[in-house]
Design a protein around this ligand. Structure first.
Ligand code: GAL
Length: 748
């Protein structure tokens, strides 16, 4: 233990892998298929792809040092293998320039930069200079050139507007220029975790093929080769906008301030704030073509229902995507309200795809009435390949009067009203009525109620129950775990309360054992395939079952507000609906075998710079329609058993102290019954409403049930409680908090 007594894992140090080489049944196959469907084809001039039997020269050191995942807790996974892009090309039998490959294999091992330490990882690796002779030899013997460009960012590591991060390096540009001069058919593969700069694209006239191959986990090379050879037609579509240049992004001017960022763009995130884009949200080409018709459309009391038919009108088989966008009165942009991915369709084959749209999906938040409203007015629906594409009109509806669909309470109005709300809603204590000592097993057996059990718990026991054991990598769970809670003290153990263990992460278990490395979140979202997403994460649930992991700290699902955010690789999309529906499928997969998902980070964790302290300053309408919406969708559609509050402040109040975020929105408005935990450690603070209530007492008053990993050593103040709510947490609040925790343990 060093650095303030924290475990190596808590310091971000990856621990070595132990035990047998294990892949859960079917995981290798589903990881590869998810990779296949995540790849987005952005350009395919002269049908330069797929590669047939041409000889191919592969450039770029990331063909060997491929980025399989991003950095941080979401990337520290130890799979049994990692198939590089070159490995995949080789095993697919592509006719590639072995001399050139040999040169890269000789150069790379001597030029791997220091992997870096937590938060200081390399965004990119130095590029190998290619001599004129080597270039000449390659172009003499090969008809096509493939250039791999790699990038990674991560937790605590935002991208920067520098060469080697958001921009290409001089070496990369020099390489592209040389290749473009030496070859007539150039294909670029972007091995990235999120959008980079694309201004270089127009410089290279022979650049005919462009694929985003993302970071696809352990089977990456096979998935890339599947698409390059045409074994699979690309079917990925962008889950975020790729703008002409950085300054076009609506949030460009209000991102990255270490102290606070005002979300001045409001709801105009991504495509909502752009009239056009270099490659728009939803865009993605295939090796075949599709046509979509609307077979019929009907409106019911609570839905707009579309029956569509997608047909493969091309010469190769492939999977198609139907996207449905709605115009909403008062907005000058169209909004994604439905989508469906087809199965593999042979040329000429069709598939009917139903798109049921809940009317609440077109509701907007009305600040004056503090409610979600389906406004009176005219609504139109379009099937299109992007929000800008109104080729196929799918239907329309006229709403004759405003319809309030959810009454809310303003959560950004400040302290005085908040203080009243808290006071009025203090939970009553539970009286002890059973004298016989009750165990948790008695409650499980139905002999006594949970409240009978809670009533017998002392304030000290209630306090200990509301925090984790202390540090990560607890000796009471699988090595490499992220921490445990529940029966963490002798007194709680004596009551038969079990230990619950948690583990990262969204792309695979971060434990000291072999486990599957999945494609990154935004790649999974790029499949637009909910069934496949659920299947993929159920393979991670198999790993959890195999290693006895109770709670997965994932999926991460914050809105990708700005392309520089380091954790965008973990997250899904700029769009709330696609984010929420992808998270829903992920949660269903993770929870399909009894384990618990923990969606995160609630809320507005949209940058990593100064992540523990920066404040996301967001108006109420934007907060509810954009940043909270994906969490609301996932909660209503998949009942995640846990949710994790974010590190940052929201309008100056830390998420783990935010009564209105947790008790007003999550509990009261969304009816969430699951467990709320902090992100790892939390900032110390006094409640502005009740200055005597601080730190953990302040947290529990806000309704955040568990402090993880629990260390009280970070200067934390233990609990104080009394019946004086002005200055102390009340027993009723402690007991209500315990009820959520014990209910979670009961229902696990
Ligand atoms: C934090 C991260 C969380 C979770 C936690 C446990 O740094 O923000 O997403 O992974 O670590 O490792």
């Amino acid at each position: 233990m060093s650095e303030a007594g924290l475990s190596p894992l808590a310091q971000g140090i990856s621990l070595p892998v132990e035990g047998e080489k294990y892949n859960s049944p079917g995981s290798i196959d589903v990881i590869r298929r998810a990779g296949d469907e995540a790849i987005v084809l952005l350009k395919n001039d002269d049908e330069v792809l797929p590669i047939k039997d041409e000889r191919v020269a592969v450039f770029g050191r990331c063909q060997i040092n491929t980025f399989f995942v991003g950095y941080g807790s979401g990337g520290d996974v130890k799979p049994t293998r990692k198939v590089s892009i070159l490995d995949g090309i080789k095993s697919a039998g592509i006719n590639y320039d072995t001399e050139l490959a040999r040169a890269y294999k000789a150069w790379c091992p001597d030029h791997i930069p220091d992997e870096g330490t937590w938060g200081k990882w390399p965004f990119s690796f130095p590029e190998m200079p290619v001599s004129d002779e080597l270039m000449q030899a390659a172009s003499d013997s090969c008809e096509k050139a493939v250039v791999v460009i790699g990038r990674a960012a991560g937790e605590d590591r935002d991208n920067t507007l520098t060469k080697g991060s958001f921009f290409l390096t001089d070496e990369e540009e020099a390489l592209l220029e040389k290749v473009d001069k030496a070859f007539e058919n150039v294909i670029v593969l972007l091995n990235i975790g999120g959008p980079i700069d694309f201004t270089w694209l127009k410089k290279y006239s022979n650049l005919k093929g462009l694929l985003i191959v993302w970071q696809l986990g352990q089977e990456m090379g096979h998935a890339v080769a599947d698409v390059l050879t045409g074994r699979v037609s690309p079917s990925g579509h962008l889950a975020q906008t790729i703008a002409e240049k950085y300054d076009d992004y609506p949030s460009a001017a209000h991102f990255g301030d270490p102290d606070s960022n005002e979300y001045k763009e409001g709801v105009r995130v991504g495509y909502r704030g752009l009239k056009e884009a270099l490659f728009p949200f939803g865009y993605g080409l295939s090796y075949t073509t599709f046509d979509t018709q609307v077979l019929d459309y009907k409106e019911t009391a609570h839905t707009f229902e579309f029956r569509t038919e997608i047909t493969n009108t091309g010469k190769r088989s492939g999977k198609g995507l139907v996207q449905l966008y709605a115009t909403i009165p008062g907005y000058d942009f169209r909004t994604l309200v439905g989508y469906g991915k087809s199965d593999e369709l042979a040329p000429g084959e069709s598939e009917v795809i139903l798109l049921p749209v809940k009317k609440v999906q077109v509701s907007i938040y009305d600040t004056d009435s503090e409610s979600f409203v389906i406004q009176k007015g005219f609504y139109e629906f379009f099937i299109g390949d992007t929000p800008y594409d109104t080729t196929v009109k799918a239907g329309q509806a006229t709403v004759t009067d405003d319809i309030v669909v959810q009454k809310c309470e303003s959560i950004t109005e400040g302290s005085e009203k908040l203080k009243e709300r808290i006071h009025d809603r203090l939970p009553a204590p539970v009286e002890t009525i059973v004298q016989e000592q009750i165990s948790f097993d008695d409650v499980r057996a139905g002999k006594y109620s949970l409240d009978d059990f809670i009533a017998q718990m002392t304030p000290a026991e209630l306090s200990d129950l509301s925090r984790g054991e202390g540090d990560m990598d607890s000796p009471n769970a699988i090595k490499g775990n992220a921490g445990v809670f529940g029966g963490i003290t002798p007194a709680l153990k004596k009551k038969d309360i079990p230990i619950i263990n948690t583990s990262d992460g969204p792309s695979g278990l971060r434990v000291c054992r072999y486990s599957s490395l999945l494609p990154i979140g935004t790649a999974v979202a790029s499949t637009w395939n909910r069934r496949l997403t659920e299947e993929l994460y159920s393979s991670e649930a198999d790993d959890m079952k195999h290693y006895g992991v109770d709670v997965l700290l994932g999926p991460g699902m914050n809105i990708q507000r700005n392309p520089l955010c380091g954790r965008n690789f973990e997250y899904y999309s700029e769009d709330p609906y696609l984010s929420g529906m992808t998270a829903t499928a992920a949660v269903r997969g993770i929870q399909s075998k009894g384990a618990a998902a923990c969606i995160k980070h609630f809320a507005c964790n949209n940058q990593e710079t100064n992540r523990y302290r920066n404040s996301s300053d967001v108006d109420e309408k934007t907060l509810r329609e954009i940043y909270l919406k994906p969490f609301e969708i996932a909660i209503r559609e998949s009942s995640p058993k846990c949710i994790m509050t974010s590190y940052n402040q929201i309008n100056g109040v830390w998420a783990h102290y935010n009564y209105d975020l947790v008790k007003t929105v999550l509990r009261k408005e969304w009816g969430y019954e699951g467990l709320v935990m902090t992100d790892w450690w939390m900032q110390l603070a006094d409640s502005p409403e009740f200055p005597g209530v601080k730190n953990n007492a302040y947290r529990i008053r806000a309704g955040v049930n568990i402090l993880m990993p629990g260390a009280l050593t970070r200067g934390d103040v233990g609990f104080v409680h009394d019946s004086d709510p002005e200055n102390y947490l009340t027993l009723g609040e402690l007991q209500e908090n315990a009820r959520y925790i014990l209910n979670f343990i009961l229902l696990r």
